[in-house]
Structures are given as C-alpha cells and as structure tokens.
Design a protein around this ligand. Structure first.
Ligand SMILES: C[S@@+](CC[C@H](N)C(=O)[O-])C[C@H]1O[C@@H](n2cnc3c(N)ncnc32)[C@H](O)[C@@H]1O
Length: 251
C-alpha cells in the first residue's frame, strides 16, 4: 500500500478531490491511503499564525519552517519516503517521476501558499522539488493533487485493465493516438475506416503512426529523444489515409 500524504493549510481542498472514481476505489481497496497534516494545527500563538513577511523585505508572506517541519514529522516519514516540495521553480514533473514515486512506500507533498515556504524546509526536508509547469498558482494544493493522481493510477492493480497503461501518452516517450467510439457518424465527421476493419495489426500500426505524427508535430522536444524503432521510421514514411471521408450521423 502506498501512503500519500499532504502538508497543507487547506486540507479541505485536498481530501474531497481524492474521494471519487479510481482514486476512491484504490483507497477502498487498500492500495493507497491519504492523509493531511495542517501546519496551522502546530501554531502556538493565539492567532495560530503560520506565516511572516520575508526577511529582507518584499511582497507576500512566507510559511514558517518550524510549523511545516512539525507537520511533516507528524506524518512519520518512513525510510524511502519521498518528500516533494511543490514550487514553480522546481524540476518539471513528468511521467518518469510519477513512475518512480509509485514505487516508494510513502510520498509526502508539501503545499506552499502565499509567497512560498521558508527555503530551509527545502534544504532539510525535501527529497525533490517539482513544478507542474511554467506558471504560478496560488498554492501547492492543485499541483500536489495533479502529481498524486498521476502516481496513484500507476500503482499495480489500481487501473482495472493494466493494458490501459501500455499504449497511453508518455508511456514510451510519445504522445497518445486519437480515440473514437459510438456513434460512427457525428456532425458529418466519421471514424477512420481502419478502426472498423477488425484488422488488429492494421489498427495497431495506424495508432502507432498517429502517435508518432502527433509527437513529431506537437512536441518535437519529445520526438527528438523518443526511442524509435526501424518499424517506426518505416511507418512515418508510409502513405496511409489518416482521415475518412465525411459520414452521415449514425450509430
Ligand atoms: C504564489 S506561489 C509562490 C511563488 C513564489 N513566490 C515564487 O516566486 O516562486 C505559492 C505556492 O504555490 C505552489 N505553486 C505555484 N505554482 C506552482 C507550480 N507551477 N508548480 C508547483 N507548485 C506551484 C507552491 O507550493 C508555491 O509555494
């Protein structure tokens, strides 16, 4: 069982988001356990103060290290636990990190707020610092939830069909391929013929080619390092009809 914990001033933002769908089923099946620790619960003054203006001046309030540290310690990080500080200046979180975290016994997410967290928390407690993108949010709760979701669905057994993980985006360094389902005709747009052909080899080749083309077009950075096979290079050269002609709306 993976323990996924959060240090946050706003546990009410976090726990409800984990109580639905696949994450709820994983929790009920004992594959994951979620907990929150609130630094404010460790504040000792009458106002339960958790932040203070930054030394050296400037805008924003900074979360005080001793309270965040007490909240982390209350979660009893075990040997091998990852302690992740959410920070827009961190390393960009990706599927490779999600896979690595899913193999840990415990992951603790530290959610900053306001002007961020006293840097001594990073120095003394964080094993990794992750950003979810080059933009700034008001707090680390949404980034922590995004990362937790990406991690939990990789715990073996959490997704009913493990095949789901095989061909999806970012598993092999490529983007995903487009999916279609009923009805066959929708607002004049049809489904690529190959998907209705029953020819599983042709379908697999079509999907792989779509993933390769999308990655080359939309994410040349990923394409440059994707581990392409000889077959992939052949597929990219093949003149395959990718789009079917217009169809009438039908089931
Ligand atoms: C308003 S931000 C703090 C920004 C900080 N003053 C700075 O200049 O980097 C408050 C908190 O939101 C979280 N946060 C904001 N954007 C994030 C991002 N892109 N990725 C991860 N965490 C983020 C972090 O926990 C951060 O401490």
């Amino acid at each position: 069982m993976l323990r996924v914990d959060f240090v946050s001033l706003f546990p009410e933002l976090i726990l409800p988001a984990l109580g639905h769908s696949i994450l709820l089923r994983a929790k009920e099946a004992g594959q994951v356990a979620f907990r929150c620790a609130n630094p404010r619960d460790f504040a000792e003054d009458a106002h339960r103060t958790v932040d203070h203006p930054p030394f050296g001046g400037g805008a924003g309030m900074v979360l005080m290290a001793p309270l965040v540290a007490k909240a982390v310690r209350s979660l009893d990080p075990v040997d091998g636990a990852a302690v992740i500080l959410t920070d827009p200046s961190g390393e960009r979180f990706c599927q490779r990190h999600a896979r690595e975290l899913a193999s840990r016994p415990q992951v603790v997410f530290l959610c900053g707020h306001y002007g961020g967290v006293d840097d001594r928390v990073r120095q003394r407690y964080a094993t990794q610092v992750f950003s979810i993108g080059d933009f700034v949010l008001t707090g680390g709760e949404l980034p922590a939830l995004v990362m937790a979701d990406a991690v939990v669905r990789l715990i073996p057994g959490v997704l009913g069909d493990p095949e789901s993980l095989v061909n999806e985006a970012h598993t092999e360094g490529l983007l995903g391929y487009p999916q279609f389902t009923k009805p066959r005709g929708f607002e004049g747009a049809s489904v690529p013929d190959v998907l209705l052909s029953g020819d599983h080899g042709a379908i697999a080749r079509w999907r792989r080619r779509q993933a390769l083309l999308a990655t080359r077009r939309l994410r040349p950075d990923l394409f440059a390092t994707a581990p392409l096979t000889r077959n992939d290079l052949k597929l990219l050269d093949e003149p395959i009809l990718d789009v079917s002609p217009e169809a009438e709306d039908t089931d």
